[in-house]
Design a protein around this ligand. Structure first.
Ligand code: TYD
Length: 149
């Protein structure tokens, strides 16, 4: 999938003097049904996480506390996103290489995922990923004119 399919999504925010509230509903605020939640925390200064791609998994990533960067690469283009608000998240589509860095002290990174954990569903080698992603991008760009032209 192309990099443009990944985007920042603003979540509902209920302002309240007692403290704000944000919620996320499957397939309403994010473009998939979620089956799993995991989170990264106690990340030491200077550490990187991620450095992999998923074949079919959709993810939505939120900075629940603190801040960090997410770098996405579709095999051709790369873009860096800065996450620092708990009412925004980044939708990451399948076949997207990503790594996370620049974690602030106390940062908590929550990830909503469209499926259960499956180690066979990962690309952990960038060259293998780039090769597979290149084939998909080629198929998309050589699919010919659409039927309504
Ligand atoms: P890994 O995917 O390498 O972390 P990251 O890419 O975010 O740096 O996962 C680290 C370990 O945690 C690895 O042994 C797999 C395990 N793990 C699970 O058991 N379940 C999960 O849902 C996730 C995301 C990881």
């Amino acid at each position: 999938m192309p990099l443009n399919d990944c985007r920042m999504i603003e979540l509902p925010k209920i302002h309240d003097p007692r403290g704000n509230l944000t919620f996320i509903e499957s397939s309403r605020h994010i473009p998939f049904d979620m089956k799993r939640v995991y989170y990264l925390y106690d990340v030491p200064g200077g550490a990187d996480r991620g450095a992999h791609a998923h074949k079919n998994l959709h993810q939505f990533i939120v900075a629940m506390s603190g801040s960090f960067d997410i770098v996405l690469n579709d095999g051709e283009r790369q873009r860096r996103f800065h996450l620092n608000r708990s009412f925004y998240g980044l939708y990451v589509c399948p076949m997207m290489w990503r790594y996370l860095d620049n974690f602030s002290s106390g940062a908590v990174c929550m990830v909503l995922a469209s499926d259960f954990y499956d180690p066979n569903e990962y690309y952990r080698d960038f060259d293998q990923f780039k090769n597979a992603a290149g084939k998909i991008l080629d198929e998309t760009s050589f699919s010919g004119p659409s039927s309504d032209t």
